[in-house]
Design a protein around this ligand. Sequence first.
Ligand code: MF3
Ligand code: CO
Length: 251
Amino acid sequence: MGRFLIKEEVEALRRSGQILGEVLKKIRSLIVPGVRASSIDQVAEKEIRRLGARPAFLGYRGYPASVCVSLNDEVVHGIPRDQVVKEGDLVSIDLGVEFDGFYTDAAFSVVVGNGNALARRLVEVTREALYAGIKKAIPGNRIGDISHAIQMVAERNGFSVVRDLVGHGIGRALHEEPQVPNFGKKGQGTLLEKGMVLAIEPMVNEKGYRVKVLKDGWTIVTEDGGLSAHFEHTILVTDGAPEILTSWERG
Ligand code: MF3
Ligand code: CO
């Protein structure tokens, strides 16, 4: 985290999050059997630019696309190519936006069509873990309170949280201090203060928490081939309830 944000900067951050939310909603409507990952990416890039923003992932450390599309045992950072989405796939979408120098980051998972009950439950539990973490993002709490809340939701449902990848501070850059792990102890880590901006992003695995990187250098998959789901929001710590800057699922 850098210095505190002034009002105009918070407005730019809010706009960044609104644009991201709008594009995620559009992407959600595209996820039907037969859609190609590359066409999701094309639409995402076009929509972001149409709304006056820039895709934050494109070119980030050489990443070649605007969106990450991760299927089934892919945890995160799947590169959209010619993969075709099928009925029953667990699809995770991750997107970052930069507007006027301010970054937001958000992700969701969905099971295409009916899928199986386990995949649907993994998605619901991961969403619940995200919101349990967000609830703890209040002044006076510490990062560990967020981490612990996320881990509890995942593990009491028999799932595991990925250790090797974490949430993060965000705002003037895509990744800032502090790290926001999805596992940890209450009362530990950085003290939360009003004005902090955090990307909270549980990655929850059906079986073991271990992951590995594919040969493309980006795609992270579960080591045991189990399913994985991912939800993320960028939030602003306020005096009261956290403000979800990238909200889009309701309304
Ligand atoms: N949302 C991802 C994260 O915070 C960022 C993806 S980086 C990219 O970890 F290079 F893959 F785009
Ligand atoms: Co992130």
